[in-house]
Design a protein around this ligand. Structure first.
Ligand code: OGA
Ligand code: NI
Length: 317
Protein backbone atom coordinates (compact mmCIF):
# COMPACT_ATOMS: atom_id res chain seq x y z
CA UNK A 1 0.00 0.00 0.00
CA UNK A 2 1.10 3.54 -0.63
CA UNK A 3 2.91 4.95 2.40
CA UNK A 4 1.40 8.44 2.23
CA UNK A 5 -2.26 8.47 3.26
CA UNK A 6 -2.81 11.74 1.39
CA UNK A 7 -2.46 9.54 -1.73
CA UNK A 8 -5.23 7.21 -0.58
CA UNK A 9 -8.89 7.62 -1.28
CA UNK A 10 -10.54 9.86 1.30
CA UNK A 11 -12.99 7.08 2.04
CA UNK A 12 -11.24 4.14 3.67
CA UNK A 13 -13.71 1.40 4.54
CA UNK A 14 -11.90 -0.28 7.38
CA UNK A 15 -8.86 0.47 9.49
CA UNK A 16 -5.78 -1.39 8.19
CA UNK A 17 -4.41 -3.66 10.92
CA UNK A 18 -1.08 -1.84 11.10
CA UNK A 19 -2.91 1.21 12.51
CA UNK A 20 -4.56 -0.58 15.43
CA UNK A 21 -2.74 0.49 18.56
CA UNK A 22 -2.53 -1.51 21.83
CA UNK A 23 -5.71 -1.23 23.96
CA UNK A 24 -4.10 0.78 26.77
CA UNK A 25 -3.06 3.54 24.38
CA UNK A 26 -6.34 3.91 22.55
CA UNK A 27 -8.47 7.06 22.80
CA UNK A 28 -10.90 6.81 25.65
CA UNK A 29 -8.31 5.20 27.87
CA UNK A 30 -6.77 8.45 28.95
CA UNK A 31 -3.48 7.95 30.72
CA UNK A 32 -2.86 11.61 31.41
CA UNK A 33 -5.08 14.29 32.94
CA UNK A 34 -7.31 16.21 30.58
CA UNK A 35 -7.52 19.97 30.99
CA UNK A 36 -10.87 21.33 29.95
CA UNK A 37 -10.20 25.01 30.46
CA UNK A 38 -7.44 26.08 28.14
CA UNK A 39 -5.99 29.39 29.37
CA UNK A 40 -6.70 32.20 26.89
CA UNK A 41 -4.18 35.03 26.48
CA UNK A 42 -5.55 38.19 24.86
CA UNK A 43 -2.56 40.01 23.38
CA UNK A 44 -4.56 43.16 22.61
CA UNK A 45 -4.45 44.04 26.28
CA UNK A 46 -0.77 43.12 26.41
CA UNK A 47 0.80 46.47 25.62
CA UNK A 48 0.94 49.51 27.87
CA UNK A 49 -0.25 49.04 31.40
CA UNK A 50 -1.86 45.65 30.70
CA UNK A 51 1.59 44.19 30.00
CA UNK A 52 2.37 43.15 33.57
CA UNK A 53 -0.96 41.33 33.80
CA UNK A 54 -0.46 39.48 30.54
CA UNK A 55 3.02 38.42 31.58
CA UNK A 56 1.64 36.98 34.81
CA UNK A 57 -1.12 35.17 32.91
CA UNK A 58 1.41 33.66 30.48
CA UNK A 59 3.77 32.57 33.26
CA UNK A 60 0.90 30.98 35.14
CA UNK A 61 -0.25 29.12 32.00
CA UNK A 62 3.31 27.93 31.30
CA UNK A 63 3.76 26.66 34.85
CA UNK A 64 0.38 25.05 35.33
CA UNK A 65 -0.43 23.74 31.86
CA UNK A 66 2.45 24.33 29.48
CA UNK A 67 0.07 25.60 26.84
CA UNK A 68 -2.48 28.31 26.13
CA UNK A 69 -4.56 29.83 23.36
CA UNK A 70 -3.57 33.26 22.02
CA UNK A 71 -6.22 35.66 20.70
CA UNK A 72 -5.88 39.11 19.11
CA UNK A 73 -2.36 38.14 18.12
CA UNK A 74 -2.20 40.40 15.05
CA UNK A 75 -1.68 37.73 12.36
CA UNK A 76 -4.28 38.50 9.67
CA UNK A 77 -6.96 35.84 9.46
CA UNK A 78 -6.74 36.01 5.65
CA UNK A 79 -3.05 35.04 5.80
CA UNK A 80 -3.81 32.18 8.20
CA UNK A 81 -6.58 30.93 5.91
CA UNK A 82 -4.51 31.31 2.74
CA UNK A 83 -1.67 29.35 4.30
CA UNK A 84 -3.96 26.58 5.45
CA UNK A 85 -5.50 26.36 1.97
CA UNK A 86 -2.16 26.29 0.17
CA UNK A 87 -0.97 23.52 2.48
CA UNK A 88 -4.12 21.48 1.94
CA UNK A 89 -3.59 21.91 -1.80
CA UNK A 90 -0.04 20.65 -1.41
CA UNK A 91 -1.26 17.46 0.27
CA UNK A 92 -3.72 17.07 -2.62
CA UNK A 93 -1.00 17.21 -5.32
CA UNK A 94 -0.22 14.12 -7.36
CA UNK A 95 1.70 11.24 -5.74
CA UNK A 96 4.47 11.81 -8.34
CA UNK A 97 4.92 15.42 -7.30
CA UNK A 98 4.91 14.71 -3.57
CA UNK A 99 7.41 11.88 -4.13
CA UNK A 100 10.02 14.60 -4.80
CA UNK A 101 9.78 15.51 -1.13
CA UNK A 102 9.37 12.06 0.40
CA UNK A 103 12.15 11.22 2.83
CA UNK A 104 12.66 9.23 6.03
CA UNK A 105 15.80 11.21 6.89
CA UNK A 106 15.02 13.39 9.90
CA UNK A 107 17.81 15.76 8.90
CA UNK A 108 16.21 16.56 5.57
CA UNK A 109 15.28 20.24 5.49
CA UNK A 110 12.05 19.78 3.59
CA UNK A 111 10.27 16.45 3.60
CA UNK A 112 6.96 14.65 3.58
CA UNK A 113 6.53 11.34 5.39
CA UNK A 114 3.83 9.35 7.14
CA UNK A 115 3.11 8.29 10.74
CA UNK A 116 6.26 8.94 12.81
CA UNK A 117 9.97 9.32 12.28
CA UNK A 118 10.37 5.53 12.17
CA UNK A 119 7.75 4.33 9.68
CA UNK A 120 9.84 1.39 8.45
CA UNK A 121 10.66 -0.01 11.88
CA UNK A 122 7.64 0.89 14.01
CA UNK A 123 5.19 -1.76 15.27
CA UNK A 124 2.12 0.35 14.58
CA UNK A 125 1.51 3.29 12.30
CA UNK A 126 -0.28 6.49 13.25
CA UNK A 127 -2.98 8.05 11.16
CA UNK A 128 -1.17 11.05 9.68
CA UNK A 129 1.06 12.42 7.00
CA UNK A 130 3.46 15.16 7.96
CA UNK A 131 5.18 17.77 5.86
CA UNK A 132 7.99 19.63 7.62
CA UNK A 133 10.42 22.24 6.42
CA UNK A 134 12.79 24.85 7.77
CA UNK A 135 11.66 28.49 7.52
CA UNK A 136 14.48 30.66 8.81
CA UNK A 137 16.30 32.60 7.53
CA UNK A 138 13.70 32.64 4.80
CA UNK A 139 16.04 33.39 1.87
CA UNK A 140 18.14 30.31 2.70
CA UNK A 141 15.14 27.99 2.83
CA UNK A 142 12.75 29.18 0.11
CA UNK A 143 14.39 27.35 -2.79
CA UNK A 144 13.92 24.01 -0.99
CA UNK A 145 10.14 24.53 -0.72
CA UNK A 146 7.56 23.28 -3.24
CA UNK A 147 7.01 25.42 -6.33
CA UNK A 148 3.52 24.05 -6.62
CA UNK A 149 0.90 25.20 -5.71
CA UNK A 150 2.26 28.34 -7.40
CA UNK A 151 1.53 30.59 -4.42
CA UNK A 152 3.22 28.23 -1.96
CA UNK A 153 6.46 30.17 -1.43
CA UNK A 154 4.82 33.58 -1.32
CA UNK A 155 2.04 32.65 1.10
CA UNK A 156 3.91 30.27 3.40
CA UNK A 157 6.88 32.69 3.40
CA UNK A 158 4.70 35.58 4.58
CA UNK A 159 3.06 33.35 7.20
CA UNK A 160 6.41 32.10 8.53
CA UNK A 161 7.69 35.64 8.99
CA UNK A 162 4.53 36.71 10.85
CA UNK A 163 4.49 33.65 13.09
CA UNK A 164 8.15 34.14 13.96
CA UNK A 165 7.42 37.72 15.01
CA UNK A 166 4.54 36.56 17.17
CA UNK A 167 6.57 33.80 18.82
CA UNK A 168 9.45 36.17 19.56
CA UNK A 169 6.93 38.60 21.03
CA UNK A 170 5.59 35.84 23.28
CA UNK A 171 9.14 34.91 24.26
CA UNK A 172 9.86 38.57 25.10
CA UNK A 173 6.91 38.58 27.48
CA UNK A 174 8.03 35.28 29.00
CA UNK A 175 11.61 36.56 29.30
CA UNK A 176 10.46 39.72 31.01
CA UNK A 177 8.43 37.64 33.45
CA UNK A 178 11.51 35.54 34.22
CA UNK A 179 13.65 38.68 34.68
CA UNK A 180 15.88 37.75 31.75
CA UNK A 181 17.67 40.37 29.74
CA UNK A 182 15.75 41.80 26.78
CA UNK A 183 16.12 39.67 23.65
CA UNK A 184 17.34 36.65 25.64
CA UNK A 185 15.44 34.18 23.46
CA UNK A 186 16.00 36.06 20.19
CA UNK A 187 19.33 34.28 19.87
CA UNK A 188 20.80 30.88 19.06
CA UNK A 189 18.02 29.55 21.31
CA UNK A 190 15.42 30.24 18.62
CA UNK A 191 17.63 29.96 15.54
CA UNK A 192 15.83 27.08 13.90
CA UNK A 193 12.22 27.54 12.78
CA UNK A 194 10.24 24.58 11.48
CA UNK A 195 6.82 24.48 9.91
CA UNK A 196 5.30 21.08 10.68
CA UNK A 197 2.01 20.33 8.96
CA UNK A 198 -0.11 17.35 9.95
CA UNK A 199 -2.67 15.96 7.55
CA UNK A 200 -5.14 13.27 8.58
CA UNK A 201 -7.73 11.82 6.22
CA UNK A 202 -11.06 10.74 7.76
CA UNK A 203 -10.52 7.62 9.82
CA UNK A 204 -12.88 4.62 9.62
CA UNK A 205 -12.40 3.77 13.30
CA UNK A 206 -11.08 6.58 15.52
CA UNK A 207 -11.42 4.48 18.66
CA UNK A 208 -8.65 2.09 17.60
CA UNK A 209 -5.95 4.47 16.45
CA UNK A 210 -4.35 7.88 16.97
CA UNK A 211 -3.26 10.66 14.64
CA UNK A 212 -0.14 11.15 16.75
CA UNK A 213 1.11 9.20 19.75
CA UNK A 214 1.59 10.79 23.14
CA UNK A 215 4.60 13.04 23.11
CA UNK A 216 6.05 16.27 24.41
CA UNK A 217 7.37 18.85 21.97
CA UNK A 218 11.16 19.09 22.26
CA UNK A 219 11.17 22.76 21.27
CA UNK A 220 11.77 26.11 22.87
CA UNK A 221 8.22 27.07 21.95
CA UNK A 222 5.56 25.61 19.65
CA UNK A 223 2.58 27.27 18.06
CA UNK A 224 -0.25 25.34 16.52
CA UNK A 225 -2.84 26.83 14.20
CA UNK A 226 -6.36 25.48 14.12
CA UNK A 227 -6.50 23.03 16.87
CA UNK A 228 -6.57 22.84 20.56
CA UNK A 229 -3.29 21.56 21.90
CA UNK A 230 -0.21 23.70 21.42
CA UNK A 231 2.69 22.47 23.55
CA UNK A 232 5.30 24.68 25.09
CA UNK A 233 8.69 23.87 26.48
CA UNK A 234 11.14 26.32 27.88
CA UNK A 235 14.10 24.80 29.64
CA UNK A 236 14.32 27.05 32.65
CA UNK A 237 15.33 25.04 35.67
CA UNK A 238 12.16 23.03 35.58
CA UNK A 239 9.92 26.08 35.94
CA UNK A 240 7.81 25.41 32.91
CA UNK A 241 6.21 22.21 31.78
CA UNK A 242 6.02 20.62 28.33
CA UNK A 243 2.68 18.85 28.43
CA UNK A 244 2.14 15.40 27.03
CA UNK A 245 -0.35 15.56 24.20
CA UNK A 246 -1.59 13.40 21.38
CA UNK A 247 -3.97 13.60 18.42
CA UNK A 248 -7.16 11.66 17.88
CA UNK A 249 -8.71 11.12 14.46
CA UNK A 250 -12.06 12.13 12.99
CA UNK A 251 -14.52 9.74 11.31
CA UNK A 252 -15.85 12.20 8.71
CA UNK A 253 -13.49 15.14 8.17
CA UNK A 254 -9.93 15.40 6.96
CA UNK A 255 -7.91 17.50 9.39
CA UNK A 256 -4.90 19.72 8.75
CA UNK A 257 -2.89 21.56 11.40
CA UNK A 258 0.14 23.80 11.10
CA UNK A 259 2.69 23.82 13.87
CA UNK A 260 5.55 26.29 14.03
CA UNK A 261 8.45 25.32 16.27
CA UNK A 262 11.36 27.46 17.40
CA UNK A 263 14.34 25.30 18.27
CA UNK A 264 17.88 26.04 19.49
CA UNK A 265 20.86 25.47 17.18
CA UNK A 266 22.03 21.93 17.73
CA UNK A 267 25.40 22.79 19.26
CA UNK A 268 23.91 25.47 21.52
CA UNK A 269 24.69 24.88 25.19
CA UNK A 270 21.46 24.97 27.14
CA UNK A 271 21.82 25.96 30.76
CA UNK A 272 20.13 28.21 33.31
CA UNK A 273 20.69 31.85 32.38
CA UNK A 274 23.12 34.07 34.31
CA UNK A 275 20.23 35.94 35.79
CA UNK A 276 18.96 32.96 37.71
CA UNK A 277 15.33 32.66 36.69
CA UNK A 278 14.76 30.20 39.51
CA UNK A 279 15.62 32.77 42.17
CA UNK A 280 18.01 31.34 44.75
CA UNK A 281 17.53 27.74 43.72
CA UNK A 282 20.62 25.80 42.68
CA UNK A 283 20.55 24.67 39.04
CA UNK A 284 18.56 21.46 38.74
CA UNK A 285 20.24 20.50 35.48
CA UNK A 286 23.73 20.46 34.10
CA UNK A 287 24.32 22.29 30.85
CA UNK A 288 23.72 20.22 27.72
CA UNK A 289 23.61 20.81 24.01
CA UNK A 290 20.31 20.70 22.21
CA UNK A 291 21.68 17.78 20.18
CA UNK A 292 22.34 15.79 23.38
CA UNK A 293 18.85 16.55 24.63
CA UNK A 294 17.14 15.65 21.35
CA UNK A 295 18.95 12.32 21.04
CA UNK A 296 17.98 11.40 24.60
CA UNK A 297 14.40 12.56 23.98
CA UNK A 298 14.00 10.30 20.94
CA UNK A 299 15.50 7.33 22.82
CA UNK A 300 12.95 7.89 25.59
CA UNK A 301 9.77 7.73 23.52
CA UNK A 302 9.50 11.52 23.15
CA UNK A 303 8.96 11.97 26.88
CA UNK A 304 10.68 15.20 27.89
CA UNK A 305 10.52 14.56 31.66
CA UNK A 306 12.25 11.20 31.37
CA UNK A 307 14.84 12.65 28.97
CA UNK A 308 15.59 15.52 31.34
CA UNK A 309 16.30 13.07 34.19
CA UNK A 310 19.59 12.27 32.44
CA UNK A 311 20.72 15.87 32.82
CA UNK A 312 19.73 16.38 36.46
CA UNK A 313 22.42 17.47 38.87
CA UNK A 314 22.92 15.15 41.80
CA UNK A 315 21.65 16.74 44.97
CA UNK A 316 24.37 17.79 47.40
CA UNK A 317 23.15 16.49 50.70
C1 OGA B 1 2.90 18.31 16.94
C2 OGA B 1 1.55 18.20 17.51
C3 OGA B 1 -0.81 18.49 17.25
C4 OGA B 1 -1.84 18.55 16.17
O1 OGA B 1 3.01 18.49 15.71
O2 OGA B 1 3.88 18.19 17.71
O3 OGA B 1 1.43 17.86 18.65
O4 OGA B 1 -2.99 18.67 16.54
N1 OGA B 1 0.51 18.50 16.74
O5 OGA B 1 -1.51 18.49 14.99
NI1 NI C 1 3.32 18.10 19.68
Amino acid sequence: MEVLMSNWSNVVQSLPEKYIIPPAKRPGKLVFPVVNDVPVIDLETGEGHGRGDIIQQILHACQEFGFFQVINHGIPVSLMDDTMNVLKEFFGMSPEYKANFYSTDINSKCRIYSSTMSYDSEEVHYWRDNFTHHCHPLEDQLQLWPEKPTRYREVVGAYSVEVRKLLLRMLDLIGEGLALKLGYFDSELSKIQLLSVNYHIPCPNPSLTLGMPEHCDPNLISMLQQCSVPGLQVISNGKFTSPIHRVITHPKEARTTMGTFLIPSHDMLIQPPDTDCAGDDAPLYRGFTYQEFFTTFIKNSCDADTALEYFKNKLNI
